[in-house]
Ligand binder design. Structure first.
Ligand SMILES: O=C(O)CCC(=O)C(=O)O
Ligand SMILES: [Fe+2]
Length: 512
């Protein structure tokens, strides 16, 4: 007779009821998190730079820069597509970075091999004007591209069909640093960690080769690059502007692939991709044209982090704060001015920026900023003539307080203060202005309003200058002047920092 014994049931509990230990749970959680993270992990990033003027690439719906978005020409392939032998990439999710900007043509100078004269070089500018001639000459100077196999350099066209120049045989005006590529790689592939105080990881890109994959049948089958040192973490491939078809670059990692279809924009774009060293990659067959790439080895470097400058800790901060905190100082508000002590090309076509300020000028800018006095960079004309008497008479009252409201009745700003002026401060930084028919030599200011209009000035300011005008003014306004003889007249301006003291005094808070 069959009987069931509760004891027997107890000795064989169903597997689902096995109690897992906290250690096992924790490890399982970690494994799950790693698996999830893999799905999102970035292993490659890329971008493109249009050859042309900035106006050519005003942002449009499809060309705006985006972080973490796949934009058309680079697509993510999912593992199942590869398993099915389906090489057609499908539009995937956000794991690459695209960059959109403009740049000029690229010049390459290379050694001429078959010349009797040693040291001769030729140059080619990409995109090429006359493809047949200029590329033929370059191609003639390249040698077959080998690859490393079993510790040897081998040439095998079934595996790699390309020609190349070593980095000792050419130089180029293309610089991955100045166009921001290295910075993007740093952020995408070597991000720094919050709390990493003393050092940060930076990227060094070392030019390796110039490669030409030509149609038909130029290719490089799947391979992994050989790291040149333990600090190499990846490779950068830059596709120079040259018309071709096919030759997509596929970068693969952990069952995922990103395909860069550069040929679509090859005629007028520089396009690039970077990937980690352990990523398998492949150049698919080029069907026509010449696919010209520069390859770079990417190394990690540790850079010591220099502590940030704190404006409120600068001795200058204390002195300026002391001024603005004086009782009755500019209670109705006012303007402070500082003449930049270094020379700047502040009247050139490219406006100077606060980021280019040097030494004490930079310190003063940030001290004024930290005191919430809204510093701005402005040109201030150097006065040749005493022209503002009328102005002073009219508006003197407004400034009485500066001169008479000090402690114990003595002037707050002493009468002998030489730096109080009716300053001709430009509304913004602008390039040198030239006027063709201008007034009488020696009398340029009597109809001052007129030329002020031409220089672009809207108003004169009562400025309390914090320092003396240095001798570093630059030509700001040029005009034909008529005196005894016609001549060229010029007015000079200084780069100045103009700050606004608000009407009500505020708590001087140091926020840093
Ligand atoms: O030119 C390319 O797109 C890649 C070349 C490459 O993989 C290499 O030179 O190792
Ligand atoms: Fe490679």
């Amino acid at each position: 007779m069959a009987s069931t014994t509760p004891r027997a049931e107890m000795s064989n509990p169903p597997p689902t009821q096995v109690a897992s230990s906290p250690l096992q749970d924790a490890l399982k959680g970690i494994q799950q998190a790693v698996d999830n993270a893999k799905g999102h992990a970035v292993f490659t990033c890329g971008g493109k730079i249009k050859i042309g003027t900035a106006d050519d690439t005003l942002p449009t719906e499809d060309t705006r820069p985006s972080q973490g978005g796949v934009q058309g020409e680079a697509k993510v392939e999912h593992p199942k597509d590869k398993e099915k032998g389906n090489e057609q990439p499908i539009k995937g999710k956000e794991d690459i970075f695209t960059q959109e900007q403009t740049g000029g043509p690229i010049v390459i100078r290379y050694d001429v091999q078959d010349d009797l004269v040693t040291g001769a070089s030729r140059k080619v500018t990409l995109p090429v004007e006359n493809e047949a001639d200029s590329l033929a000459a370059l191609i003639k100077c390249c040698s077959p591209a080998t690859f490393g196999h079993d510790g040897k350099d081998v040439y095998d066209e079934t595996y790699r069909k390309a020609i190349k120049l070593d980095n000792t045989e050419f130089c180029t005006t293309f610089d991955p640093y100045s166009v921001g590529i290295v910075r993007i790689i740093e952020r995408m592939l070597l991000p720094n960690v919050e709390g990493q105080k003393a050092y940060k990881r930076t990227v060094r890109a070392e030019l390796y080769n110039l490669n030409i994959y030509s149609g038909p049948s130029g290719k490089f089958r799947p391979h992994v690059d050989t790291p040149r040192s333990s600090l190499q973490f990846g490779s950068l491939v830059v596709c120079l502007p040259s018309q071709h078809e096919g030759g997509s670059l596929a970068a693969r990692h952990d069952g995922k692939a990103v395909i860069y279809n550069w040929w679509k924009r090859a005629s007028n774009h520089i396009q690039w991709a970077a990937f980690y060293s352990d990523c398998e990659h492949e150049v698919l067959e080029v069907s026509s044209g010449h696919r010209i790439t520069l390859t770079y080895n990417l190394f990690v470097e540790m850079e010591s982090v220099i502590p940030k400058l704190l404006p409120c800790k600068l001795p200058l901060h204390e002195t300026v704060e002391k001024l603005v905190k004086i009782k009755n100082f500019m209670t109705k508000g006012g303007t402070l001015g500082f003449y930049c002590t270094h020379a700047y090309a502040h009247t050139s076509n490219v406006p100077m920026s606060q980021w280019s300020l040097k030494g004490i000028d930079m310190a003063m800018f940030y001290v004024l900023h930290s005191l919430d006095l809204k510093p701005l960079l402005r040109p201030t004309l150097k006065e040749n003539f005493h022209f503002y008497d009328e102005f002073e008479e009219d508006e003197e009252d407004e400034y009485d307080e500066w001169e008479s409201d000090g402690e114990n009745g003595e002037p707050l700003v002493p009468a002998e203060c030489r730096y109080l002026e009716n300053a001709i401060v430009g509304d913004e930084l602008w390039p040198l202005r030239v006027r063709e028919n201008r007034g009488i030599e020696g009398m340029t200011m009597d109809d001052g309003r007129d030329w002020e209009e031409h220089w672009g000035l809207s108003d004169r300011l009562k400025v309390l200058w914090l320092n003396k005008r240095p001798d570093n003014a630059q030509v700001a306004y040029a005009y034909l002047a008529y005196g005894n003889e016609p001549g060229l007249g010029a007015r000079y301006s200084n780069a100045t920092i103009i700050a606004t003291v608000p009407p009500k005094r505020r708590q001087d808070v140091c926020t840093q």
